[in-house]
Write a protein of this length. Sequence first.
Length: 164
Amino acid sequence: MMAKKQAMAKKLLLTGLALSMGLGAWTGEAGAQLLSSTGPVIAILDGELLVGEATGHLGGWGTIALRSRAKAARTCVGEFSYSEALGDAGQLRCSDGASAAFRFQRLGLMRGYGAGTSSGNALSFTYGLSAEDSAPYLTLPAGKELSGNGKDLELVAAVPLPPR
C-alpha cells in the first residue's frame, strides 16, 4: 500500500512539474503580455493608407503602431482606452507631426472600427478585420479602393463598373 501511495505521489509531482513547465513556456512566449491581444489595423489618414497593429490589454488600455504604405518614413503610434467610464477613445501621433484624436466602436472582443480627425483631416480605421470586411468602415480617397491583404495591402485606382 505504501509503494502505491509513493507511486501516486510521484505521478502527481511529475504531472504538476510538466504542467508548470508547459505554462512557463507558454507565458515565456507571450512575455509579460499574457493578458493582452494583438491584431491587425488598417487606417486611412489624410487620404493615405497606413497598416500596423494594435495591442489591447485586459486592464482596458492599449497601444497602436502604424506605418504608411506610400511613405515608409511615416509612422504613427498611439494609445487608447476601452472602458465604460472613459469610453472607447485614443490618441495617435505621427512622425511627420500629425496627430489625431479618435473614438472607436467594438464589433466583438478583438474587432471593430473607428474614426477621428487630424488637423482637420479625416482618420478612419478598422482593427481585427480583413481588407474586404474593412471597406464599409473606411473613408477611402475618391476613386480609390483597397487591394491585396495583410502586408501587401495598397490603395489602387477603383475600377468603374460598366453601365447597366
